[in-house]
Design a protein. Structure first.
Lengths: 418, 432
């Protein structure tokens, strides 16, 4: 019986101990949460005090461990209940049939957060597959938001015209912001990493300028805030405004983008050019693909998607923009980079990665509300996860996973000269 | 027949370069024309601006240098004509080197002309004079931080590792430096702490990039994301409840006895904080080390051709580890230096200076001396752009704030193709 099938549980075990991307991601998540726990431990005074007590009494270590677990546990529990489901509340709804909107709020928030993230990450992922690192997604999203806000609040027409027009304006804004680094890279060779980062700052300054000195600013206001989008330009909540659930029709836009990305990368000829260029630029050039055109097109597609993400965030959730639009931990364009890496630049991988990071982001907010631990911890956990995902060999060594083959070395970016 | 045509590639490369030179020359000329016409002829005929040269220190000044009152119109026209001549020179002579330095110079002249133009009429709230020395001192502060960053980049990239995490090392150094300077009141300890955190971040980059051959640019960017998240986390969790950790001490100036009395130059170069002198020392050390010592030769060999370096017995991985950690430490000290001139720590305070430094490193052709030139140009433009509202420029602050970044973009796009990075820059190395 040489070719006998292995015993089923054994097969499952070998899958768990292998280096498949899913397993690596899972262990990276564990390590990321561990890093987050460490950060909580060394910055929370009660926990530190309890560890100081270890030297003073025999009961110290036990007490210290208890305090540590209480604090970290409370943080992660509020993260879970705030982003996925609060079991007692959910059970209450199941048994009594009431308060469903309250029970579903965490999931709704996660989906709301994930919606623009999916779109932006797919944009970044498409660029990565072409060997181009688009760090400018955040700026492109902001410019998309600005243009979208202009069309959405200054033009008045019925929904079936207004909403598409607003979304298209967002896409155009992102494309404009993407075209500049794209053209510079294609025709002067300027490295896209520096140009897009610098462009983020330029666009942010432009945002403040627009919100302070143009008629987009909310009339009779001194604050850095824009007019609100007309109701006809907003993405309405899926379950109506009365439920309070913020998940909106943008989810379908995101679904459309996922399908588009799959079709684009796997079925369209331009997408094929993109992937060939990413896999081997020399082969692409030799087979007659115009690398300059490809670079500009990549930035148009990637920037357009980022701009769409910006306007979807605005039309679906905030309905206006202010000086804090996509800044700091709300910077979906930066999170999108990490999500694209997490999802290995594939549309479905990005969807799961977005849901995970959206849960972390939303959970971070809930954690800040419940325990006072700043939500920026989510950013730390997210970047730790990506660092671990980017080095699968490290995960393999820590958890003693077996190799299942596959490419050992993948470079998504190139040096300065190219 | 011995004469053969130059290979097609060479011809096209030369054409490409000269074509770009012409574009840059035209741009410089256009800036000059703009200054001459809009700022010069466009200003009122009676307009004049006074420029002061501040003495060393106002109470115990040895030499008083009076104010210099210059007519706006004539000065702007002269500046414009100088740039026009510079642009013409570039277009006609097509020099192979120094074109972008001229371009950076044009950018700085433009900002200066903008100040002169804004100071043409004295309104009720406008400053009465332009303090030239203060501008230079402020620019020197920014340039100092940039030099730390560019030196860090030079150290790492000469050995073949792209350190894009300079921004993260700045943030880490600034945070740790602020806390240490506030608790110990010693900037020496703060600098040491900054070096440790920067070196630690460099080690993480080196560890992941060298041992596990991860993508260096991605690891760097993720490290920056992590540090900016961590810094705003610590700001809320630690620095806000305990303000005694974030006093915002400024580093004391250590005037050098005689030299600091020189007008204009004295206060800029010889009445500075210890970080400034350390920066000058580091530039000299790194420059000497890289180009005059055995260690430098090895580093450059590793950065250009690691296989060849390895074949003569150089431990490539070790050289890279050492350089990346040292480079990170330099950037970490740069973060402390940043806080020592800025005061209290705030998240997002470095506002991309680390990336500007990276562009400065490219501008300086991966050389410490070039890094200084680049940092001075970028330093002046960053400082002027941030402080132009003092001079009541009738242009929105936000638009002016874009200037340093736009200049960086312009410089980077004008440069590539003219500069050559170390051949193995960013490529993983593995022994076979």
């Amino acid at each position: 019986m040489l070719n006998a099938q292995p015993f089923a549980p054994l097969k499952a075990w070998s899958r768990i101990t292998s280096r498949s991307p899913l397993v690596v991601t899972f262990f990276a998540l564990l390590l990321g949460l561990f890093v987050g726990a460490l950060v909580i431990i060394i910055t929370t005074p009660p926990v530190l005090d309890s560890w100081r007590g270890v030297f003073h009494s025999w009961g110290g270590p036990g007490h210290a461990l208890k305090v540590t677990f209480d604090n970290v546990g409370a943080a992660y529990r509020s993260m879970f209940t705030g982003s996925i489901v609060d079991p007692p509340q959910f059970w209450h709804s199941v048994t009594t049939g009431q308060n469903w909107s309250l029970s579903l709020t965490p999931l709704s928030e996660t989906l709301t957060y994930a919606t623009p993230l999916i779109i932006a990450s797919i944009g970044v992922g498409i660029a990565f597959q072409t060997g181009i690192f688009n760090i400018g997604a955040n700026g492109q999203a902001v410019l998309g938001g600005i243009l979208g806000a202009t069309v959405g609040s200054m033009i008045h027409c019925p929904t079936f015209v207004h909403l598409p027009l607003t979304l298209i304006a967002g896409i155009v804004g992102g494309m404009v912001a993407g075209a500049v680094p794209g053209i510079l890279k294609a025709y002067t060779g300027a490295h896209e990493v520096i140009v897009t980062i610098m462009f983020n700052y330029v666009i942010y300054a432009f945002l403040i300028y627009v919100l302070l000195s143009t008629s987009l600013q909310l009339p009779n206001q001194q604050n850095v805030i824009s007019r609100s989008l007309d109701p006809s330009a907003q993405l309405a909540p899926l379950f109506g405004a009365s439920t309070g659930l913020r998940v909106n029709w943008g989810l379908f836009v995101a679904a459309g983008v996922v399908i588009f990305a799959w079709w684009f990368l796997d079925r369209s000829s331009l997408g094929f050019d993109f992937r060939v260029t990413g896999a081997n630029p020399n082969a692409a050039r030799a087979s007659g693909i115009n690398s300059r055109v490809v670079v500009v097109m990549v930035f148009l597609v990637s920037g357009g998607l980022a701009g769409l993400a910006g306007i979807v965030q605005e039309a679906g959730t905030t309905h206006f923009i202010d000086g804090g639009f996509l800044i700091g931990s709300a910077g979906i364009g930066f999170t999108a980079i990490t999500v694209a890496l997490l999802g290995r630049n594939r549309p479905m991988g990005i969807v799961w990665g977005s849901l995970l990071f959206a849960a972390l982001g939303v959970g971070g907010r809930a954690m800040q509300a419940a325990t006072g631990i700043p939500l920026d911890l989510s950013t730390v956990i997210q970047s730790a996860i990506v660092l671990f995902v980017a080095t699968p060999v490290l995960i393999k060594e820590i958890f003693r996973l077996r190799s299942t083959g596959g490419p050992a070395l993948e470079l998504a970016t190139k040096g300065w000269g190219s | 027949m011995t004469i053969t045509a130059a290979p097609e590639a060479v011809v096209s490369a030369v054409r490409h370069k000269t074509g770009r030179t012409r574009v840059i020359g035209t741009l410089i000329g256009a800036i000059g024309l703009f200054i001459a016409i809009v700022f010069g002829f466009g200003s009122l005929s009676k307009a004049r601006t006074s420029v002061t040269f501040q003495p060393v220190n106002l109470s115990a000044a040895t030499w008083h240098i009076g104010t210099l009152t210059v007519p706006t119109q004539v000065t702007c026209v002269v500046l414009g004509v100088i740039l026009l001549a510079l642009g013409t020179e570039v277009v006609v002579r097509r020099p192979l080197r120094g074109v972008m330095v001229r371009f950076g110079f044009a950018g700085v002249v433009f900002l200066f002309a903008l100040i002169l133009w804004a100071g043409r009429t004295f309104g009720p709230s406008q400053p009465l004079f332009i303090n030239f020395t203060a501008i230079l001192i402020g620019s020197a502060g920014v340039a100092m931080v940039l030099v730390y960053g560019t030196l860090s980049g030079v150290m790492c990239e000469r050995s073949g590792v792209v350190n894009i995490a300079i921004e993260g090392q700045f943030i880490g150094g600034a945070l740790v430096g602020t806390v240490l300077a506030s608790t110990t009141h010693s900037f020496f300890i703060a600098a040491a702490g900054g070096a440790v955190i920067g070196g630690g971040l460099g080690w993480i980059l080196a560890f992941l990039a060298l041992r596990y051959m991860s993508d260096q640019i991605i690891v760097g960017v993720v490290l920056v994301t992590m540090m900016s998240g961590l810094s705003s986390y610590l700001n809320l969790q630690v620095l806000s409840p305990y303000p005694q950790y974030n006093l915002g001490n400024l580093a004391p100036n250590l005037p050098i006895p005689v030299l600091s009395k020189i007008p204009i130059l004295g206060p800029v170069f010889f009445n500075q904080t210890g970080f400034f002198y350390l920066m000058m020392l580091l530039v000299a050390t790194v420059s000497f080390g890289l180009f005059k010592t055995r260690w430098g030769l090895r580093v450059r060999a590793v950065g250009e051709h690691p296989q060849a370096a390895s074949s003569v017995g150089i431990n490539v991985i070790r050289v890279r580890y050492i350089n990346v950690v040292l480079g990170g430490a330099i950037a970490g000290v740069g973060g402390v230096a940043f806080m020592s001139v800025q005061g209290q720590f705030q998240p997002g305070y470095t506002s991309g200076l680390g990336y500007v430094a990276l562009a400065g490193m490219i501008f300086g052709r991966w050389r410490p001396s070039g890094a200084v030139v680049a940092s001075v140009l970028f330093g002046i433009s960053v400082y002027l752009a941030q402080n132009l509202q003092t001079y009541q420029i009738p242009v929105s602050t936000e638009i002016l704030g874009m200037f340093p970044y736009l200049i960086t973009i312009a410089v980077v796009s004008g440069l590539i193709g003219r500069v050559r990075p170390p051949a193995a820059d960013g490529l993983p190395y593995h022994r076979d």
